[in-house]
Design a protein around this ligand. Structure first.
Ligand SMILES: *[C@@H]1O[C@H](CO)[C@@H](O)[C@H](O)[C@H]1NC(C)=O
Ligand SMILES: *[C@@H]1O[C@H](CO)[C@@H](O)[C@H](O)[C@H]1NC(C)=O
Ligand SMILES: *[C@@H]1O[C@H](CO)[C@@H](O)[C@H](O)[C@H]1NC(C)=O
Ligand SMILES: *[C@@H]1O[C@H](CO)[C@@H](O)[C@H](O)[C@H]1NC(C)=O
Ligand SMILES: *[C@@H]1O[C@H](CO)[C@@H](O)[C@H](O)[C@H]1NC(C)=O
Ligand SMILES: *[C@@H]1O[C@H](CO)[C@@H](O)[C@H](O)[C@H]1NC(C)=O
Length: 442
């Protein structure tokens, strides 16, 4: 009887202690937020935790991002945290919980986790060098986790790529590997002919990059307006059967291409666009695909050639059509992300039909049909020019955002220019987040 009483009392004491600790940590956190608010950046919400420890060079690079802000306050003074000097007893101008963790990290109490890199692949042929570099720049500007670029390019472009990438003053934030364009020996000529000179290279990425688990493939005419981290995080949302993620080719079936013209099967109502393709390549390499050629299921490396042979005369957009056929037969394997992750002129050229951008803005811009280089869609071109004009280290607001807003206002005579604010909505937020992270010294 009395022993049970003791147990109950101990339990209560334990619970009490726990809630006391919790209360203190909440208090510390609220003090910290209060302090952050008082420093004037009231528009900046406390958000995004950087995962992992990260290398010094990486952090230094992140800090050199161009933000027009005063130096960050010294939040973590040299007050050692110990049993006698616990973190909730630190002076009020010293941060609370974060300081606890920062201090712990400084003393290496928290084991450093190796940062998992994000892998980005692009295939550049012909005149696409400047466009590719501009795309890579946009990835570097906004991303948080270090990137590895896998650049597939025709041999004559390699030297210039190397010179430009080695010259980018952002060492530590990315690394890159250059590859020649290559196809399976037997049918190299046939694959090269398909669509543009080397667009079908992307179909072979899971077979060439055997050591890479997951990969974001993008066309050269892509521009990131928010961290690559955010699209990368879809990988963790895949259910057990999903192996790749893409956006629909169209939102509006009345102007859709596949549903009106295709002479082959395609995914969903309007097909999918392969300009932004997130892949778990481990799963692609393992999967056996259903198909309409044999009753047996085929692996990725077995299915490509028969598919090309069967549909060669019926496909228009090359490898994107092959992907549509493949996911028509294996719909459970595709994760579809919304249109603002792959925003094309089709979404505004006859009026806005990607509704998500009205609230959140454009996340990834895709200037297909050459709109960065002609005058047909000046709003798309303005974003491209602004990022191309920007040099690392320059102030992001004054050297990127403001000039772009001015240019966009001149495009209001076009359908896409009429909704010009969606082009900078997310961009503004991304820049704010960079400055926010920087002022926290991360
Ligand atoms: C805090 O301590 C570190 C090493 O322990 C030292 O390098 C640094 O200068 C100190 N900072 C201040 C503000 O005293
Ligand atoms: C960059 O990649 C190369 C191989 O492409 C590798 O040898 C090198 O160690 C990498 N550097 C970093 C900092 O990851
Ligand atoms: C990709 O899939 C494999 C096998 O299911 C899994 O082990 C791995 O964690 C996945 N990669 C990512 C980044 O989610
Ligand atoms: C190719 O298109 C033609 C004409 O629409 C059609 O009859 C034929 O079945 C198609 N071929 C395949 C393999 O789907
Ligand atoms: C995964 O999601 C896809 C698309 O929503 C669905 O078709 C498939 O059945 C799901 N797989 C599982 C195992 O739930
Ligand atoms: C980019 O620079 C060119 C001159 O090099 C200038 O004409 C153009 O207005 C700039 N565009 C933007 C959006 O900053």
């Amino acid at each position: 009887m009395s022993r049970r009483l003791v147990q109950v009392v101990l339990l209560c004491l334990g619970c009490g202690l726990c809630s006391l600790l919790y209360a203190f940590s909440q208090l510390a956190l609220s003090l910290e937020q209060e302090a952050a608010r008082r420093q004037g950046d009231s528009a900046l919400p406390v958000r995004r935790q950087l995962s992992g420890g990260g290398g010094g060079a990486w952090r230094a690079a992140a800090r050199s991002a161009g933000c027009s802000q005063r130096e960050p306050p010294e939040r973590c003074k040299n007050v050692s945290v110990s049993y006698w000097n616990s973190y909730w007893m630190l002076p009020s101008d010293v941060c609370g919980r974060n300081c606890f963790w920062e201090a712990a990290r400084r003393y290496d109490f928290v084991k450093k986790q190796p940062l998992e890199k994000m892998h980005l692949a692009v295939v550049a042929c012909g005149e696409r060098l400047e466009e590719t570099v501009t795309m890579l720049k946009s990835a570097i500007i906004f991303s948080i986790t270090p990137l590895h670029f896998h650049i597939f390019a025709e041999d004559p472009l390699h030297t210039e790529f190397r010179e430009i990438l080695d010259g980018l003053a952002y060492q530590g934030k990315f690394n890159y590997t250059l590859y020649p364009i290559s196809f399976p020996a037997e049918n190299a000529a046939e694959w090269k002919k398909l669509f543009k000179p080397c667009a079908s290279q992307r179909l072979f990425l899971p077979l060439i990059l055997k050591d890479v688990d997951s990969l974001l493939y993008v066309d050269t005419d892509i521009l990131f307006l928010r961290p690559v981290d955010d699209i990368w995080s879809f990988l963790k949302k895949f259910n057990s059967t999903q192996i790749a993620a893409m956006a629909p080719e169209h939102e509006e079936p009345r102007i859709g291409w596949y549903n009106r013209f295709a002479r082959h099967p395609y995914y969903g109502k309007t097909g999918i666009n392969s300009g932004v393709m997130l892949m778990n390549m481990t799963r692609i390499r393992r999967k056996h695909f259903k198909n309409d050629m044999t009753t047996a299921r085929l692996r990725w490396e077995e299915i490509l050639m028969p598919l090309l042979k069967k549909y060669k005369l019926n496909i228009t957009w090359g490898d994107q059509d092959l992907l549509n056929i493949m996911f028509f037969h294996n719909p459970e394997s595709l994760f579809v992300f919304p249109c603002q992750w792959n925003y094309r002129p089709d979404h505004c050229i006859y009026g806005s039909n990607c509704q998500q951008v009205d609230q959140e803005g454009i996340f990834i811009l895709h200037g297909n049909r050459g709109v960065y280089h002609d005058d047909k869609q000046p709003a798309f071109r303005a974003v491209y020019d602004a990022i191309r004009n920007y040099s690392f280290g320059d102030d992001l607001v004054h050297a990127l955002l403001l000039p772009l807003e001015l240019e966009l206002q001149k495009t209001q005579h076009t359908y896409c220019g009429r909704i010009y604010k969606v082009f900078t909505k997310q961009l503004t937020k991304s820049i704010r987040d960079i400055c926010d992270r920087r002022s926290k010294g991360r």
